[in-house]
Design a protein around this ligand. Structure first.
Ligand code: ADP
Length: 507
């Protein structure tokens, strides 16, 4: 089998061949204190297009010394920014949002190029990501305190909600736009200043939105984007966790890295928000509308080529509808998925992000095949399409001794299990250390409430496969993380509550 390594196959794309407007936001410098800067060391690293491993651009490889400067910058900027009014911050976010809407197509083009998802998916992510900026521009106006009933005469008791300080935001490659806006807009609404460390695989979307933040009139130092290669990620992550001037750390990524950050943050008792891995069950009961269940399964499983933490990871289909579900699902997979270069018309799904992901998905499937699972379609790398493509795959006959049963697959592989009892399937759905999202399909109203309450997850889709929006609280339980993003709760991670007791009031 022919395997490509992205890092052995650099090819520079001529940017002159790309229409100017499309990539007007493409940057090659980091953004610190309102300036576009190189790394202290002048080192750079390449950002690759996963479709063909061409180099899109080189960006600064910032190290701990650069982060040290940025932390001090953000801490200084906070001294002024914390005094702004909610209305001023709301207006700032609104201007940023308006620019992001105007430049949606530019942002989507950059996103497709560095992440590989199709343009349709990128447009949807930009719309979704922008919606958090709009939402928090509105929520900024409502970060109210409280006046309490004092138990003692001649006292007034108040609760103030004040910004915590510098916020460090570490984000992943699977939603390079939305994972930043969801955190940064909440932080800025609260009055915090931000240091953003995007994924080494997708820093260009982060720099593009920094450009728009600058154009929106963000004061220097409140929105900083520092790009780092994987070589520096652990060290700068440690610096962000252990620096006393960083007061809150928000991370979206793997549970393994989340646990490292959790430990490191103990030294400075930081506020923490962790959005980590999932292992979502997708349950189809006998009473379900099967067409709705199959459409939901397509969206939930294959969005971003399966590289989504809320992706359905384990399908459980009740005995009576099992065969029909498989037949309909297979038909839809064959008819609706067009793999290829996401920037081309008609392509619905792109490659995986990098070789390590491809190898992981391939080895999970190979392990399942070697232990007797049945492959209904796919089950192989498609090197004829490019170095990182994996065929959409449907597997049944999976047993608990197969690695794929208990692992977050993060690829276009649907594993479908049969079940016979509601109790049995709930037990199995909850039999994981993770608890991010869960989905089930049923028309039985009593079953809907029973099962929704029983699933050990932070988010439940009932007869829906795509559930996230700015209005709702996104987050998990168990080892899927801490805190909630979006919704009116999304501000909580960025504010401290201060109690004021005013005594001896003369009446
Ligand atoms: P994935 O495996 O999906 O790439 P990661 O958790 O490794 O997810 O990456 C998510 C983000 O965490 C990225 O920005 C990455 O650079 C960063 N990261 C990876 N390792 C560390 C670490 N040890 N400390 C801090 N950040 C890290």
């Amino acid at each position: 089998m022919k395997m490509f390594s992205c890092f052995q196959n650099f090819r520079f794309t001529s940017l002159h061949s790309i229409p100017a407007r499309t990539f007007s936001l493409l940057k090659e410098l980091a953004y610190v204190n309102g300036k576009w800067v190189n790394a202290n060391s002048r080192s750079t690293f390449p950002v690759l297009n996963p479709v063909n491993c061409d180099v899109i651009n080189n960006v600064p490889d910032m190290d701990v010394s650069d982060f040290h400067v940025a932390i001090n910058t953000a801490a200084n900027a906070f001294e002024t920014f914390k005094k702004t009014t909610a209305k001023e911050r709301s207006d700032l976010l609104r201007s940023w949002y308006n620019l992001m809407v105007t430049h949606s197509e530019d942002l989507a083009n950059i996103l497709t190029r560095e992440n590989g998802k199709s343009l349709a998916e990128s447009r949807a992510e930009i719309k979704y990501g922008n919606s958090f900026v709009e939402w928090f521009s509105e929520e900024a106006r409502r970060i109210d305190g409280e006046i309490l009933q004092a138990p003692i005469r001649n006292r007034e008791l108040l609760l103030l909600r004040q910004p915590v300080g510098v916020a460090a935001l570490i984000t992943p490659w699977n939603f390079p736009h939305a994972m930043i806006t969801r955190k940064a807009a909440a932080a800025i609404a609260a009055g915090c200043t931000c240091i953003i460390k995007p994924s080494e695989d997708t820093p260009l979307s982060a720099l593009a939105i920094a450009d728009l933040a600058e154009k929106a009139g963000f004061p220097p130092g409140i929105f900083n984007v520092l790009t780092t290669s994987i070589r520096n990620s652990a060290a700068v992550g440690k610096e962000l966790c252990e620096h006393p001037k960083v007061r809150v750390l928000s991370f979206t990524g793997s549970t393994a890295v989340g646990k490292i950050l959790y430990r490191q943050c103990a030294s400075t008792m930081k506020r923490l928000s962790l959005e980590l891995g999932g292992n979502a069950p997708y349950i189809v009961f006998n009473s379900a509308n099967l067409d709705i269940a199959v459409s939901g399964a397509m969206a939930s499983k294959f969005r971003n080529t399966g590289q989504t933490c809320v992706s359905s990871n384990r399908f459980f289909v009740e005995g009576r509808v099992f065969d029909e579900f498989i037949e309909k699902f297979l038909k839809k997979m064959n008819n609706e998925i067009k793999l290829g270069d996401g920037s081309k018309d008609g392509i619905t799904h792109g490659p995986l992000i990098k070789e390590s992901q491809l190898k992981m998905v391939d080895s999970l499937v190979k392990d399942a095949i070697s232990k007797g699972a049945t492959i209904h379609c796919g089950g192989k790398i498609l090197s004829e399409l490019g170095p990182l493509f994996y065929a959409p795959t449907l597997i049944t006959g999976v047993t608990k001794d197969m690695q794929i049963y208990n692992t977050e697959i993060f690829g276009p592989v649907a594993v479908i299990n049969k079940f016979h009892e509601e109790e049995e399937v709930i037990r199995e759905a909850n039999n994981t250390p993770f608890g991010l999202a869960g989905y089930f399909f049923s028309q039985d109203i009593s079953q809907v409430f029973r099962v929704a309450r029983s699933l050990e997850v932070g988010m439940v889709g009932v007869n829906e496969g795509l559930i996230s929006c700015a209005e709702a609280a996104f987050g998990g339980v168990k080892e899927s993380g801490l805190g909630r993003e979006g919704s009116k709760r999304g501000i909580d991670d960025y504010v401290d509550i201060k109690y004021l007791c005013i005594g001896n009031i003369q009446h």
